[in-house]
Design a binder for this molecule. Structure first.
Ligand code: IMP
Length: 428
């Protein structure tokens, strides 16, 4: 019985939804601990596709307890729509628990996200414009409103009035934008509170009790290591911590409770939004990967930038998250390529660089050093063990392990639950 943290080892969109869904089968609890509805997890169950933004992928199993931790920022309108859409499709949402301490996203957060991106012009971050950054800014500035405050009518009205006075001043005087109407926001959020209050709980108690009882707990990270506020390609990052350490804070458990950390990476690399991306491909291979992999954002529909697997990023993710294992997704997308490449290091102004640099100026100048490997032509979507894979695909995986420095526990060869090769035991 173990507690497992699953994180994205690249720039997000690594296919964590599918891996979480697969690992959730043996979990008792599935916990989201950071980010918000900037995330988009696509899960396919029996040919039915589900796109989840806030609710842990474990919800697709009727008996699992699914938790949204305090580190998540919640847009209640989006959460309610997601709940209703799942309920319409016959999914049991009765086992969802939401942290009382999670912060709430308001319309002024969304608006501020948009106007600030507009103001930045060419220097924009390329955010999802879901209000994520402004909501975390309020949390750090100690003026955020938490779920526990939202459902307390007396407290909530006062907090909202105070915040909206300041935000409307900012919107109209600084950004030359429209003011928002206090009463309509208050009315809408009071109604959201009525719908959501039955889900609220002190989730830290539930999670800690589960670990004491030896249950399997799966912590589901959103976004990826290189979008981490501290360790990502700052400032082209999100405003939370998609790295493994955040599971403790965002769930309300101590580091001693974590048994295993798994990093999910695609067999290649993708990125949405702005910022440097050394192995990006702007040729036919990039287009091939984009079309074959369906690389368009789940949340915004934006085309994802595509490139070769970056082993420098892989090593970095292993170090920052203390990865025990890698899970490699979408290996099938690379079938049909004559050659495949893995970036083993960068060349910066003539020097070989083995580690991921902190400076974006340096990263922009880094030229990937590639190892070229033979590709494979076979359709591998039916492979269920490593032995079913062509030798070239196995060799490719072995090189990813060696270059990144962590063994592979799972390989994805298609979007369905069953299209998964498990090579190590995840829960003891
Ligand atoms: P924000 O999280 O909306 O503030 O966006 C900040 C950056 O993170 C932008 O580059 C987004 O494209 C990126 N981002 C946020 N969420 C995701 C995700 O779930 N997958 C991939 N990129 C994301």
């Amino acid at each position: 019985m173990s507690t497992v943290v699953l994180i994205g080892a690249q720039w997000g969109d690594e296919g964590k939804g599918k891996v979480t869904d697969f690992l959730a089968e043996k979990a008792d609890l599935v916990v989201r601990y950071q980010g918000g509805n900037n995330a988009g997890h696509t899960v396919v169950v029996d040919d039915r596709e589900f796109k989840l933004h806030l609710i842990p992928s474990g919800i697709l199993y009727p008996e699992k307890i699914c938790i949204i931790g305090s580190g998540v920022v919640i847009d209640p309108e989006v959460l309610i729509k997601e709940l209703e859409s799942l309920q319409r499709r016959g999914i049991n949402t009765g086992n969802l628990k939401i942290s009382q301490r999670a912060h709430v996203i308001f319309p002024y957060h969304r608006l501020l996200d948009q106007v600030e991106e507009g103001r930045k012009g060419e220097n924009k971050i390329g955010t999802t414009c879901r209000g994520i950054g402004p909501a975390y800014m309020d949390k750090s500035a100690r003026v955020g409103i938490r779920m526990v405050d939202l459902v307390d009518r007396e407290v909530f009205a006062g907090l909202l009035e105070r915040n909206m006075e300041g935000k409307n001043h900012l919107l109209t005087k600084v950004y030359d934008s429209e003011a928002l109407d206090l009463n309509s926001v208050l009315g809408a959020y009071n109604s959201y509170a009525e719908t959501l209050k039955k889900y609220l709980a002190d989730v830290s108690i539930i999670i800690n009790d589960a670990t004491k009882q030896g249950k399997n707990v799966l912590f589901e990270g959103a976004q990826g290591t290189l979008l981490d506020l501290d360790h990502g390609t700052y400032p082209y990052v999100t405003s939370s911590h998609p790295t493994a350490g955040a599971a403790c804070l965002g769930a309300g458990i101590g580091p001693t409770r974590i048994d295993r950390v798994i990093g999910v990476a695609k067999a290649y690399t993708t990125r949405v939004g702005e910022g440097p991306f050394p192995t990006e491909l702007s040729d036919d291979v990039g287009t091939f990967i984009q079309n074959r992999g369906g690389e368009f954002g789940t949340t915004t529909g934006r085309p994802r930038r595509c490139g070769w697997f970056d082993g420098v990023v892989g090593r970095y993710a292993v170090r920052i998250n203390g990865l025990d294992y890698l899970a490699i997704t979408k290996l099938d997308v690379l079938s049909g390529l004559e050659k495949v490449k893995i970036c083993t290091s960068y060349r910066y102004r003539g020097e070989l660089m083995e580690e991921f640099p902190a400076s974006l100026r340096v990263l922009k100048e880094c030229v990937p050093v590639y190892e070229e490997l033979p590709g494979w032509q076979e359709d591998i979507t039916g492979a269920r063990s490593l032995e079913d894979l062509p030798p070239a695909a196995r060799n490719y995986l072995e090189r990813i392990e060696e270059i990144s420095g962590a063994p592979i526990a799972l390989v994805g060869v298609g979007s369905r639950r069953s299209q998964t090769i498990l090579t190590a035991s995840i829960y003891d």
